[in-house]
Ligand binder design. Sequence first.
Ligand SMILES: [Zn+2]
Length: 113
Amino acid sequence: MTPEQEQAWRAKLEALRDALEQEHSSLTEASRPVELSPSIGRLTRMDALQQQQMSLAHRDRIRNRLQAISGALARLDAGSFGECLACGGDIEPRRLEARPEAFLCLDCQKNKG
Ligand SMILES: [Zn+2]
């Protein structure tokens, strides 16, 4: 990888990380504990709880992605960015374009599940 490519990936990963961090903190606002006051109806309360669950799950996914992104940045520093962690082969460029934090090639990702 050329230094220019490396810089481009770093900028891309950092922009993605910033956007996800922002989304993460806005979800933290949205997933505050639901107030179980008897004055709100049962259905409303279930709605609120369900929404809270959904935003918690969403937040977990974002957190996992943020972890993957910091891993990708570390691999960029180590010079192994773009290599599959399982087989050591190259991760498909199109896959990296879509998910720069990917750490498995398509085959290994499939075999994993
Ligand atoms: Zn692989």
